[in-house]
Design a protein. Structure first.
Length: 614
């Protein structure tokens, strides 16, 4: 690549004159005030000098907007109007970039007189019209269109037209000038953009008004696709504004044009999570449940995979969601994807629908329960507590594993995995056991010695001094929960030694220990309390609904009474713990509020938490 800089040959006085706009100095440098012809001819050679950037005196004067100096230089050497600097800018491009209308108009007139092309492009392939549009100079754009309207069809190195730049800049006034009154002179170059886009692709992002103007100007733009096979409707589905989508869907056939990946506009809206746009497509595309991309994904697959909670909720409420619930893409159902990606809330929405089959086998021979256990074995951290909760929910809803997966486990996979991870299991197990025992001992000691001691005088002598009666009950509830949870954790730890699913029960015991530690400081743990509140929304309701459906459809419901009672007891405990967690959350978010927040027999008033039977 050649060096960009050139030797500086411009006389210092000439540079000073064109930079400061001193016409007298310029005339003196050029010898216009001298009567000696030889001296005058010698000084006129100075006008050919350039700066280190290759700019001539005309470039500098045009950039600064000195019309008088521009006329003087052009009178002395008209050939400078086609001079190029190191960036291949002409004086006209410099004037258009700076927005000097009078200078640009004079240079265009000189160029036309000399039969010079106004479509000269710089190093980036941009013309004077590109620079005028990019910098928002409407008057220069008008003058350029009046001198040569063909400039609108000249694109830069990236295939970007002036119209695309005007649309991307949200300049409706410039768009009106460029598109004119008719579409007869429109060519593909006059509305092209990068990557094969058109100006309409950009318009759906920025302005519904510009989008409508372009569709009236060139109706075929709505069907034009870019290099990815996407129409303007695909890009409108990404935007949050519903108006461009409504405008484009005047032609409903546009909704059935897939891109190179097979994604329809409704898939794009589901991926981006625009609920209002998804609902609009559902109204127009009556067979939206049949639209599949190249991976055989429907819109529910896309929404689940990208974690669009609100979109999944609205899709699940539609009558046609039943068909999509159990549909497989390249093997996975939406429930498989929710478990695979750990989408807890989406998993809950899918579980609420009793039409969802929990035992569908994907191409790898795995049911959702198998996917959850595999993920648990690959993610041995406390963050897998969410996955543990999903496994609990699937197990209580009587989801089963696939025979193929069980056969692989019997083939020796479990043995190899247990040998590989026995060391980490042992270290974590010991830590959980020590913490559990410490919490149990600490809870027993705290029960007999409440923090703050006792009041030693007056009628309250011998009573706990921890914030009075209210504070004492808060302490007792927190201490009791810590004791019970730690005790349960110890039993779960013992059971862990007797089962193959060690990860599941080990993480469950870790979660109980973590929860028991949080109850020791109920006032400052509202963020972590949200874990328990999450459980009630993702475990309790789906389990209750499915257990009720099982008892309703069972021919012998009395045979399942013991199991149902055990599940109800577990759910009551989870719900009760979640209520306490919600109270701690509200009390932490609204400290010092002397207002009562009541819910199912629980009251928060000021800094006190009261529980009473309803």
């Amino acid at each position: 690549m050649a060096a960009r800089h050139t030797p500086h040959t411009m006389d210092h006085r000439l540079l000073k004159a064109v930079s400061t706009g001193d016409a007298g100095l310029l005339e003196g440098v050029l010898g216009l005030q001298s009567s000696a012809t030889a001296e005058q001819g010698e000084k006129r050679c100075l006008i050919k000098g350039v700066t280190a950037e290759g700019s001539s005196a005309l470039h500098i004067a045009a950039s600064c907007g000195y019309l008088e100096l521009v006329k003087i230089v052009c009178t002395q050497d008209i050939s400078l109007i086609k001079a190029r600097n190191n960036l291949l800018d002409t004086p006209l491009i410099c004037a258009a970039r700076a927005g000097h209308v009078d200078v640009a108009d004079y240079l265009m007139q000189c160029a036309m007189d000399e039969q010079e092309d106004l479509r000269a492009r710089n190093l980036d392939g941009e013309t004077a019209m590109h620079e005028a549009v990019r910098n928002g100079h409407v008057l220069i754009l008008q003058r350029l269109m009046s001198w040569d309207s063909g400039l609108a069809a000249v694109v830069d190195e990236n295939g970007v037209s002036p119209l695309y730049l005007a649309v991307a800049s949200n300049r409706a006034d410039m768009v009106k000038i460029l598109i004119g009154e008719s579409s007869n002179s429109a060519t593909p170059e006059s509305y092209s953009g990068p990557d094969g886009q058109t100006a309409l692709h950009a318009a759906v992002y920025v302005s519904a008004e510009i989008s409508k103007s372009l569709q009236r100007w060139k109706p075929t733009l709505a069907r034009a696709v870019d290099r990815y096979g996407r129409t303007a409707l695909h890009y409108a589905a990404l935007a949050k504004d519903l108006e461009p989508v409504k405008c484009l869907l005047a032609n409903s056939l546009l909704a059935y044009i897939p891109d190179n990946e097979g994604l329809y506009p409704v898939h794009i809206s589901a991926i981006s999570g625009n609920v209002s746009v998804v609902c609009k497509f559902m109204e127009i595309c009556l067979n939206y449940d049949e639209l599949l991309d190249n991976k055989r994904r429907n819109i529910l697959h896309c929404a689940v995979e990208h974690g669009r909670v609100q979109t999944v909720w609205h899709i699940c409420r539609t009558p046609k969601s039943v068909r999509m619930m159990n549909a497989r893409d390249e093997g996975n159902t939406p429930l498989h994807l929710a478990v695979k990606h750990g989408r807890a809330m989406i998993f809950s929405f899918l579980m609420i629908d009793t039409g969802v089959n929990l035992d569908v086998i994907n191409n790898e021979g795995l049911t959702p329960l198998d996917v959850a256990f595999n993920k648990l074995h690959n993610n041995y951290t406390f963050s897998s507590f969410t996955n543990t909760s999903i496994i609990t929910c699937l197990t209580l809803c009587e989801a089963s594993g696939s025979p193929c997966h069980q056969a692989r486990n019997l083939a020796g996979n479990w043995c190899s995995e247990e040998k590989k991870e026995s060391g980490s299991h042992g270290n974590v197990s010991q830590s959980i056991l020590y913490i559990s025992i410490f919490n149990v001992i600490g809870s027993l000691a705290a029960a007999s010695t409440p923090p703050g001691g006792y009041v030693g005088e007056g009628k309250d002598a011998g009573k706990p001094a921890l914030g009075g009666r209210t504070g004492f009950w808060i302490f007792m509830i927190a201490n009791s929960m810590s004791f019970y949870l730690s005790t349960i954790s110890i039993f779960v730890f013992v059971f862990t030694r007797l089962t193959r699913h060690r990860r599941f029960y080990l993480i469950l015991s870790a979660a109980l220990v973590f929860r028991s530690s949080l109850t020791l400081d109920p006032a400052n743990s509202w963020v972590d309390e949200s874990i328990i509140f999450w459980l009630v929304s993702n475990l309790a309701f789906p389990i209750c609904l499915r257990v009720a459906m099982q008892l309703w459809t069972s021919k012998h419901p009395w045979q399942d009474i013991s199991k149902t009672v055990a599940q109800v007891i577990l759910l009551v405990y989870v719900v009760r713990a979640s209520i306490i967690s919600l109270q701690s959350l509200v009390k932490s978010v609204l400290p010092g509020r002397q207002e009562a927040f009541s819910w199912t027999g629980c009251v928060i008033q000021g800094d006190a938490v009261l529980l009473y039977p309803t």
